[in-house]
Design a protein around this ligand. Structure first.
Ligand SMILES: C[S@@+](CC[C@H](N)C(=O)[O-])C[C@H]1O[C@@H](n2cnc3c(N)ncnc32)[C@H](O)[C@@H]1O
Length: 256
């Protein structure tokens, strides 16, 4: 087997704590999205004009101070690709003691989530409108997240597009490296071949261990979304995968 993945894995795990070494960040040069224009509703446009500053954090290629942006020390969950933000809103409402940092490139989706935040009077969500790969590489410190949610990432059905899928070895190592030991990576998909890829990739990541045997049940906190309901109607099975970042083994801990 080629060692491309292995070396990319090493690159990802070694990422510096700031963006000072961008040119070597091979891990993530996955182009996992297309820039969708999408039609914005008047409400989404208004939300972006009026309330954006409060909830949107600008991307900069240096680490974000999570405690500063949320103004507290609560645990932080990063959600990649929140779409229109229904799930983010529901989970953030159920768990006010947890902070949610949503990363999405789709402007109408960002407008929709800003709208939801203001309508529901939520204070525990912040948004970054940027490529999640670069956010993880450059703006999130290693060992800093309590969980990462990746719900229904684009499945890129065609074989020639599989390289655009997010869940690949180097990206997974990058995500895992940003979790605190014991932190959770929760992925869900309704596309069976992608679920199989996820299971294989996550199971092979040395930093992670499965919290279940194979696929797990949908955790209570994850609501069933419109997107998912459509998949279920089409006869797709939904797979949830919940992996945790391994605790450092005693052998790797140096005596102080
Ligand atoms: C299929 S949608 C799923 C949306 C939502 N999670 C749901 O369950 O309904 C995938 C979303 O991920 C976003 N996305 C894909 N790659 C991304 C990336 N690298 N950074 C940020 N967002 C991304 C897309 O813009 C899209 O909105």
């Amino acid at each position: 087997m080629s060692t491309t993945h292995e070396s990319a894995d090493r690159d990802a795990a070694r990422q510096p704590e700031s963006g000072r070494n961008n040119s070597s960040t091979r891990s993530g040069r996955i182009k996992s999205y297309v820039r969708r224009q999408g039609k914005m509703t008047a409400g989404q446009r208004r939300a972006l004009l009026k309330d954006a500053q409060r909830w949107i954090v600008s991307f900069e290629s240096k680490p974000i101070d999570l405690a500063r942006i949320f103004q507290n020390q609560n645990p932080v969950v990063l959600e990649i690709g929140f779409g229109m933000g229904e799930t983010t809103q529901t989970i953030a409402q159920k768990r006010p003691e947890v902070n949610f940092l949503g990363v999405e490139v789709y402007t109408a989706g960002v407008g929709s989530l800003v709208n939801r935040i203001t309508q529901s009077n939520l204070s525990n969500i912040r948004i970054i409108q940027h490529d999640a790969v670069e956010v993880l590489e450059q703006a999130i410190l290693p060992d800093s997240l309590d969980a990462v949610h990746i719900f229904f990432p684009d499945p890129w059905h065609k074989k020639k597009h599989h390289k655009r899928r997010l869940i690949q070895p180097a990206f997974t190592t990058l995500v895992a490296s940003r979790l605190k030991p014991g932190g959770l990576l929760h992925c869900a998909t309704d596309w069976e071949p992608y679920a199989e890829q996820m299971l294989e990739v996550l199971s092979s990541c040395p930093l992670l261990q499965n919290t279940c045997h194979g696929y797990g049940p949908r955790p209570d906190y994850r609501p069933v979304t419109k997107f998912e309901t459509r998949g279920l109607r089409l006869g797709h099975k939904v797979a949830d995968l919940v992996f945790s970042r391994r605790l450092p083994s005693p052998a790797n801990q140096t005596a102080s």
